[in-house]
Write a protein that binds this ligand. Structure first.
Ligand code: JFZ
Length: 587
């Protein structure tokens, strides 16, 4: 656990940067997902393990690895043109091959390939020249080439492995090499800690901080150490997440190059991911997987260039901003906030419109401590100011911005809303849920009150914004929400897919919803539907339909969600994303 004040100073650049380039490059780019004529399922950089390729056959790839088209300056230009502020590249991935000139292993790009150059040295020089920050990825536990490394159980007997020997003989010496041979680094990106022990994680983190005090260590060093959190791959939390964190993400489905992975995400999808992640307080580390010739695929380059064009006119709404004052997602889009002090005494919010509202207006509810003064569309200085009006309902303040119809077809329109602080506290938000413009009521777990019956050890809402550890029916979730348009509503419980329970054990427990004097009960069983999150294509959620309620009165209501009985010991605790009230379709 790093000392907080040191982390704060190490991470100052992090909060400004927001957007980085991840690069997965290694011998695996040669087979590119195919081995002996057969496509190998899974991630491109995992081909040795997924294909259980014998070490002698895999290491022979080195003899053919000659990326003659590699150009460090070109890679740096692509990153800069994309609006990326730092680069993290694999120095040694799980296959054990060092992509730099390692003195403690000849299994590296200088000694074992006809290329004979050190691309990380060239990249470090190009980054320094261009003013881009640089970090190195290092897989400190998995090493499918080394008999004592984790993960190769097809050439080596796991029982004969000595991980401590691997750590001392290879991992720590190589981490020292990359920290002392390539100039200042902003971070070391450790990965898959596997069986590493707490003291070993601590030693690695301490080594980084000793050799480069300004260098961040990510959480995958293991055992709760590290200066900041790497979310799961392509994982975005449900809402605002405190501290330094990032979402590592792919442009297609793989990190290392695969010749037949053409599932490229669209530019709007990746811009929304960038905005969504930044609005929740994180950084977006977006990956490219160069080919064995040293070329970043054209499909990646063109998408990154388009993202850079959007950032060229909207960067002020991203770089250096603070997260949204609203802890949960808003139906129409996402909010970022100009850093304190950047607006000469005024507050500025950036309203990123993902889904154009039918009414052509967006509402901000519960915005206290300031008075909206003006709003304009970013990127079009000639556009007239937008209409802004303040009102209140149910005791909640409401700020409504009228959107210019001309903006409807823009890739990702952003409104700058300027506000005058009013009163001693300044801008604050009453985040209680309000029925949205669509008529839906989104009761996110992170907006709920986790009421614990016993000694408080049970139900909690975790960092990802999901209710977890829920086994005791004495615990429940409660929301107070504002209903503006009465009617009949279908009630859905939304859950994060649980790791599969034992066969025959229900994936979801019996639950009950109480609202407006009505109770809906669902039996233990399977979800009714699984859907992808519109904002995060790699993540999905499950829906359990509970039935229909009638909410006849506008105003404040309370809804509770309960377990109907204690969970059997072998049943997975439900991971609740929230409850959704959906206006019932007219009969
Ligand atoms: C790891 C690697 O295995 C993979 O090859 C790639 O380098 C990726 C960035 O990191 O994959 C992971 C590691 C952790 C999680 C998911 C994938 N996780 O915690 O969900």
């Amino acid at each position: 656990m790093a000392e907080p004040q040191r982390t704060e100073s190490r991470g100052a650049w992090w909060r400004d940067a927001k957007f980085g380039m991840f690069i997965h490059w290694g011998l695996y780019a040669l087979p590119a997902g195919t081995w002996k004529g057969q496509q190998v399922a899974g991630l491109g950089e995992w081909i040795m393990r997924r294909g259980r390729i014998p070490t002698p056959e895999y290491e022979a790839l080195a003899r053919d690895f000659n990326p003659v088209r590699f150009d460090a300056r070109e890679w740096v230009r692509i990153a800069k043109d994309a609006g990326m502020r730092y680069i993290v590249i694999t120095s040694k991935h799980h296959d054990g091959f060092a992509m730099y000139d390692s003195k403690c292993s000849a299994y590296d790009i200088v000694d074992a390939t006809p290329f004979g150059r050190d691309p990380l040295r060239e990249l470090a020089a190009a980054c320094r020249e261009a003013g881009l920050r640089l970090g190195f990825y290092y897989s400190q536990a998995q090493d499918w080439h080394d008999p004592d490394g984790v993960g190769n159980d097809w050439d080596h007997d796991p029982a004969a492995k000595d991980f401590s020997r691997y750590l001392e003989r290879k991992a720590k010496p190589q981490v020292r090499e990359i920290l002392t041979g390539y100039g200042p680094l902003v971070l070391i990106w450790f990965d898959t800690p596997a069986t590493i022990r707490p003291e070993q994680s601590a030693e690695l983190a301490a080594m980084v901080h000793e050799l480069q005090p300004g260098c961040l260590v990510n959480s995958r060093v293991g055992n709760g150490y590290g200066d900041y959190d790497s979310e799961g791959d392509n994982r975005v939390p449900a809402g605002l997440r405190p501290g330094l964190w990032e979402t590592p993400a792919t442009i297609n489905e793989t990190w290392g190059f695969k010749s037949y992975d053409h599932n490229w995400k669209s530019v709007p999808t990746m811009l929304r991911l960038l905005v969504d992640i930044v609005s929740k307080g994180g950084n977006y580390l977006l990956n490219v997987g160069p080919t064995a010739e040293g070329v970043i695929p054209a499909e990646s380059v063109e998408r990154l260039r388009a993202m850079g064009q959007w950032l060229a006119t909207h960067g002020q709404a991203i770089y250096g901003t603070e997260p949204s004052p609203w802890p949960a997602e808003l139906e129409w889009g996402a909010v970022t906030r100009a850093a304190a002090g950047s607006g000469a005494g005024t507050e500025r919010l950036y309203l990123h419109v993902f889904d154009w509202p039918d009414r052509g207006e967006i509402d901000l509810w519960g915005l206290d401590g300031c008075v909206p003064r003006a709003a304009h569309l970013l990127g079009d200085p000639s556009a007239p100011p937008l209409a802004v009006r303040a009102s209140s309902e149910g005791g909640l303040r409401r700020c409504t911005v009228t959107l210019p119809p001309s903006a409807r077809d823009l890739t990702l329109p952003v409104v700058a809303l300027d506000l005058e602080p009013a009163g001693p506290v300044g801008l604050a938000v009453d985040a209680r849920p309000v029925q949205a413009g669509s008529g839906q009521v989104a009761l996110e777990a992170l907006l709920g009150q986790a009421v614990r019956g016993a000694d408080g050890a049970g139900l909690r809402v975790g960092r990802a914004g999901v209710a977890e550890n829920w086994r005791d029916p004495a615990d429940h979730l409660a929301w107070t929400f504002l209903l503006r348009e009465p009617g009949a509503f279908d009630v859905e419980i939304r859950t994060v897919p649980a790791r599969r329970a034992e066969p025959g054990v229900a994936a979801a427990p019996a639950m009950a919803v109480d609202v407006a004097g009505q109770r809906l009960e669902v039996e233990a069983g399977e979800p009714d539907e699984r859907r992808r999150y519109p904002r995060s294509p790699h993540q999905s959620f499950e829906i359990r339909r509970c039935g229909r309620v009638s909410l006849a009165e506008a105003g404040w209501h309370t809804l509770t969600l309960r377990l109907r009985s204690p969970l059997p010991p072998d049943a997975p605790a439900p991971a609740i994303r929230g409850v959704r009230l959906v206006p019932a379709a007219p009969a």
